[in-house]
Design a protein around this ligand. Structure first.
Ligand code: 13P
Length: 251
């Protein structure tokens, strides 16, 4: 069975003091007794402080990106070992903003996934189509190729370290959400594609999160879909009350 996860992607928001403040508020308001793993991804420069602040809680810390090389002349980049050395065991890879604004390709991403797994990290791998691709009925194809190119070189056992996030690009930061039916349809398709190559058990065990304008008032309906195992939250993760309400919406 796949684990329920709610992850907050803070993107390029919150300085050091604001990070401490928001984490403190989330910890104080955290619902108890929920079967859900909570992950927060602040900016690189605040990861170390976040790990320390959350040390005695059940909240995990993730990075928003990582370079594929072990080290070297890559000005401005961050390696897997830099992340694990400050206690970060999870990394978001392939976010559509990285693909769109920073030219990340499926080839880069496959290498990043390999590097993360080599360092025993867990990967939250993002996939999702553009509006135009959905309008041209290319959304299933697009997502299938993102999966194949980024992840299908893996061995079956590697999948226990992979979490997927389906984030239709047209729903990110737009206030427009996929309907619960659209999310369910794509999540079921993703499981089917994985099952064909890696078997039913692998497909059933992978957590598939939905991302794109998840808010307290739509989270319950989206999360109640059979193949949706929680969410990757952007804007609403920047408010403790909203983020906690979204966590609370997990069944
Ligand atoms: P929003 O929740 O702001 O739409 O962002 C979603 C997202 O990109 C999470 O990674």
């Amino acid at each position: 069975m796949s684990l329920n996860i709610v992850a907050g992607n803070w993107k390029m928001n919150k300085n050091a003091a604001e990070t401490a403040q928001l984490l403190g508020e989330i910890v104080n308001q955290m619902p108890s007794g929920k079967e859900v793993e909570v992950i927060i991804a602040p900016s690189f420069v605040n990861l170390s402080q976040a790990v320390q602040q959350l040390e005695h809680t059940n909240i995990q810390v993730a990075a928003q990106n990582m370079h594929q090389a072990e080290g070297g002349a890559y000005t401005g980049e961050i390696s897997a070992s830099m992340l694990t050395s400050v206690g970060v065991q999870t990394v978001i890879l392939g976010h559509s903003e990285r693909r769109q604004y920073f030219g990340e390709t499926d080839g880069n991403l496959a290498n990043k996934v390999d590097t993360a797994l080599k360092h025993n990290m867990r990967v939250i791998f993002c996939i999702g189509e553009l509006l135009e691709q959905r309008q041209n009925k290319q959304h299933f194809n697009t997502v299938e190729y993102q999966l194949r190119d980024g992840l299908f070189h893996l061995q079956k056992q590697d999948w226990q370290h992979i979490v997927l996030a389906y984030e239709p690009v047209w729903a990110i930061g737009t206030g427009e959400t996929a309907t619960a039916a659209q999310a369910q349809e794509m999540h079921a398709f993703i499981r089917e594609v994985i099952a064909k190559s890696f078997g039913e058990a692998t497909a059933q065990n992978v957590s598939i999160l939905y991302g794109g304008s998840v808010k307290p008032d739509n989270a319950k309906e989206i999360f109640s879909q059979k193949d949706v195992n929680g969410g990757l939250i952007g804007g609403a993760a920047l408010s403790a009350a909203d983020f906690v309400a979204i966590i609370d919406a997990v069944e």
